[in-house]
Design a protein around this ligand. Structure first.
Ligand SMILES: Cc1cc2nc3c(=O)[nH]c(=O)nc-3n(C[C@H](O)[C@H](O)[C@H](O)COP(=O)(O)O)c2cc1C
Length: 360
């Protein structure tokens, strides 16, 4: 089983992460991880802090001379902006974890909650997820993302108008929500299982993505559109094309009954407009009861572009987990050989079905 844990605060010394259960012998360069971190950081809609933080990575363990060793992978990302004395106030910011967590943990200083609940934590998850991105990539699986909507407008628009929309929101002291889509091509048939809820790959992917800050909805394949369709319009049928067994469509988004079916995995996530807005939101000081206007000068304008990159890494982690569960292997080559053999066997079976069908 692949597991990971993170620790660290937004303005603490560093973020740290441990990835356990990752096979040995997979080549990965530090430069590759740095590139993934940069992809998360340098996207549209982010705050000025992203220019301050360089995501200074230190690999503590699990990698030797450019290859994983099979030992737990330990990463540190040193923060540049370290704050040793945090604001003392007891003002929860609506839309964040502050209010419920202050009461839950009996903490009066809202900054203590904010520091950990911040999406800065996703930086270390991308660091850990880089190993899974590389793993899937080397197995021929292609994970991609794109933003399909920003504040309800579809993004067939050019980059200039997207930037204009973000700048306009920034001027108004507002933030914007959106939708991103992630796809994974060339997945083997058979990841996940219909047999138990915690083995359904759809449920496990959902768990990963819903753990990402500001994600308020997830659609697998055609998602909510299914609710409007009749049964006969909701099915990806079978057909024989050029002597191959094919599907007529991919509305399911590559998963049926909690198992990958060999089609491209497609999912979409709704990202809320981030709650830290410059023009301010009303709150209350929990200690004094005074009404307060909470303004955020350092907030991102939209998290949808960064969310897409983070989402790719979370998906890669879950796919890697399922690949390791299905094919096992303590070294990368062992897993790779088993997966390639499986793909070959499945292709042979499907060819046979198609041949038989053509003969009928
Ligand atoms: C990449 C990313 C960046 C974010 N940046 C900010 C931000 O600058 N300001 C803010 O108020 N919320 C930001 N958020 C959203 C909050 O972290 C999130 O909405 C909040 O922690 C409450 O959690 P919930 O929305 O998941 O319930 C960001 C989220 C993501 C994914």
């Amino acid at each position: 089983m692949l597991r990971y844990l993170t620790a660290g605060e937004s303005h603490g010394k560093a973020l740290m992460g441990i990835l356990e259960g990752f096979p040995s012998g997979m080549p990965i360069k530090e430069k590759y991880i740095a590139l993934q971190l940069k992809r998360r950081r340098m996207v549209c809609g982010r705050s000025a802090r992203q220019k301050i933080e360089t995501d200074n990575l230190e690999i503590i363990s699990g990698l030797y001379k450019g290859k994983t060793t099979g030992a737990p992978i330990g990463l540190l990302i040193h923060n540049k902006k370290i704050v040793s004395t945090l604001s003392q106030n007891s003002i929860p910011r609506p839309g964040h974890a502050d209010f419920a967590a202050m009461l839950k943990y009996d903490i009066t200083q809202s900054a203590l909650i904010r520091e950990r609940a911040s999406a800065r934590e996703t930086c270390i998850r991308v660091g850990l997820g880089s190993f899974a991105m590389r793993f899937t990539e080397l197995l021929g699986i292609k994970i991609k993302s794109r933003v399909t909507s920003l504040a309800s407008s579809d993004l067939s628009e050019n980059k200039k108008s997207i930037m204009a929309k973000i700048e306009e929101a920034a001027k108004m002291g507002e933030t914007l929500g959106g939708i991103f889509e992630i796809s994974a091509e060339n997945l083997p048939i058979g990841l996940g299982s219909h047999n138990q809820l915690d083995r359904k790959i759809s449920a496990n992917i959902g768990r990963q993505l819903l753990s990402l800050n500001a994600i308020k909805g997830i659609e697998m394949g055609s998602g909510f559109k299914f609710a409007e369709l009749r049964g006969s319009d909701s099915i990806d049928g079978f057909e024989i094309k050029n002597s191959e067994l094919c599907r007529t469509s991919n509305m399911a988004g590559g998963i049926e009954g909690g198992i990958t079916n060999g089609q491209t995995l497609i999912l979409s996530c709704a990202v809320k407009a981030v709650p830290g807005i410059k023009k301010g939101i009303n709150s209350i000081n929990l200690k004094t009861g005074a009404k307060v206007l909470v303004c955020s000068d350092t907030s991102d304008i939209t998290a949808v572009f960064a969310g897409a990159v983070i989402g790719e890494h979370l998906l890669a982690l879950e796919l890697t987990n399922h690949i390791l569960e299905k094919f096992g292997g303590d070294s990368f080559n062992e897993t790779k050989d088993r997966l390639f053999l499986w793909n070959k066997q499945i292709a042979k079976k499907l060819r046979k079905s198609a041949e038989n069908s053509v003969r009928l």
